[in-house]
Design a protein around this ligand. Structure first.
Ligand code: ARG
Length: 464
């Protein structure tokens, strides 16, 4: 229920009520959408400037309204603005205050617009700005990862498949994998700009308006690229909300994979990294404990972000065109996903600045599980001109031999190897060298030190 200067609700002439109903209370979104105040005021200013340019309102009224709106903005910034539950939402709240400040002329503001196009315009601008904020945060995370990668080009560790030691890799190569993911995340947010830059203002409730408005004018003023093309679609459309929630969910999923991996590696069983005291918490009963809570926190948040995406998809499922109150939930969902994602990126950055790489342990683990087996099979193919499958079987037999005799590849002498494949000579022993193994993965995108160094140079140029 929105009350103007004369203490009359905006819809009083039609709906008679003496006090706030239960629904008025729960239907109010002011506590949530007040975050849109800045966008709302900018859009209103652009709107009245357009109305004046089109000779729909006078110069005097335009200035009066802009004066009032600027005063309101100041009041909100200085926290002198009273948000009332009765004001339903931020748009009505600002309109109510405008009446208080400039009187009946405030009533001209809502000429040729509806809250339906108003809220969409505010919200698209908010999501665009917030996406830029997320892109910036991802960028600083990328820089931190890159710093980590530069320091660890020659740090060897086992690469895992199925969480079993698979082949030796450079720790840096692993970190650069996350660079690729977060670059894609940035692009996902950027791709959304196409629809975010279509201006909804001017489609009014659902049909357009009888006034001779100039939508191109507000499009330019508010930094959109073009005006939306169908008034019914415009007020019904929340695809841009889904796009934002999806991009946020994917980014958060990447963060949760990183978090999970660091949790595992920080575990006593793996002990590949150690988290610094700054990012661990203690136990209330076990004095010795140092728990990776922040990582678990960010892994958990992903569930909530997925939930938000699914909430919005479900709200939209089967919803007829055009505007329904159901859609009002979109702000709560988007704000929540944004806040959580922001927090998660910041936490990840903190973690990546506050841990130690247990290089010795990483190297030791590379010696468990015959990690250079594939290198050996490849070598046999090249040296003896055998088909890969035959070389694979010879290598498997050698691994069986080692297991049976409790030997690692490093313990083998050429005589042992000749028992399995007599045509091999001493040169084969170099194949078990872990550094050689990594160095030899020269194919494009592989873990060789040279590839990594090249990629680091490229990323350094790309990530500004
Ligand atoms: N607070 C509303 C929302 O976000 C604004 C649009 C209201 N439109 C209406 N026809 N009731 O959905």
């Amino acid at each position: 229920m929105v009350i103007n200067k004369n203490n009359r609700t905006v819809w009083k002439s039609r709906i008679s009520k003496t006090k706030l109903s239960y629904f008025d209370k729960i239907g109010s979104s002011i506590d949530i959408d007040k975050r849109l105040y800045n966008e709302d005021i900018s859009c209103s200013i652009a709107h009245v400037e357009m109305l004046h340019k089109q000779k729909i309102i006078s110069f005097k009224i335009k200035n009066k309204i802009i004066f009032g709106l600027k005063k309101i903005k100041n009041e909100i910034i200085k926290k002198n603005f009273l948000f009332h539950k009765e004001d339903e939402d931020i748009h009505m709240s600002i309109e109510r205050r405008l009446f208080e400040i400039i009187g009946e002329d405030a009533g001209f503001l809502h000429t040729a617009r509806s809250r339906n196009d108003q809220v969409l315009t505010d919200f698209k601008i908010w999501i665009k700005n917030s996406s830029n904020e997320i892109i910036k945060l991802i960028n600083s995370l990328l820089k931190t990862i890159l710093k980590n990668a530069e320091k660890n080009v020659h740090t060897l560790m086992p690469g895992f498949t199925h969480l079993k030691n698979a082949q030796p890799i450079s720790f840096s190569h692993y970190l650069l994998a996350y660079i690729e993911m977060f670059i894609r995340d940035k692009k996902r947010f950027e791709n959304n700009f196409t629809s975010l830059l279509e201006n909804p203002l001017g489609v009014a409730a659902l049909t357009g308006t009888t006034f001779n408005i100039d939508r191109t004018y507000t499009t330019k003023k508010l930094n959109f690229n073009s005006s939306t093309k169908n008034s019914i679609d415009t007020v019904s459309d929340r695809d841009f909300v889904l796009d934002f929630l999806y991009a946020s969910s994917v980014c958060s999923m990447h963060l949760s994979r990183f978090a999970e991996e660091f949790i595992i590696w920080n575990s006593d069983a793996f002990n590949l990294i150690s988290l610094n005291d700054k990012i661990v918490t203690g136990s209330s009963i076990m004095p010795q404990k140092k728990n990776p809570d922040p990582l678990e926190f960010l892994r958990g948040q992903t569930g909530i972000l997925y939930g938000n995406l699914f909430s919005m998809l479900t709200i939209l499922k089967g919803l007829p065109l055009s505007y329904f109150k159901d859609l009002q939930e979109d702000k709560k969902i988007v704000f929540d996903s944004f806040d959580k994602l922001k927090q998660c990126i910041l936490i990840s950055n903190e973690v990546l600045n506050n841990y130690t790489v247990n290089k010795k342990r990483m190297y030791q683990l590379c010696n468990i599980g015959y990690l250079t087996s594939t290198d050996l099979a490849d070598y046999i193919v090249r040296e003896l001109n055998y088909p890969f499958r035959k070389a694979y079987n010879i290598t498997a037999n050698l691994v069986n031999y080692c297991e049976k005799n409790k030997k690692s590849f490093q313990d083998l002498r050429i005589e042992d190897i000749k028992k399995i494949e007599p045509k091999l000579n001493e040169n084969v022993l170099n194949i078990f060298d872990l550094n050689n193994s990594v160095k030899s993965k020269k194919s494009f995108g592989g873990t060789s030190f040279d590839n990594i160094k090249k990629m680091i140079k490229i990323y350094k140029k790309e990530i500004k």
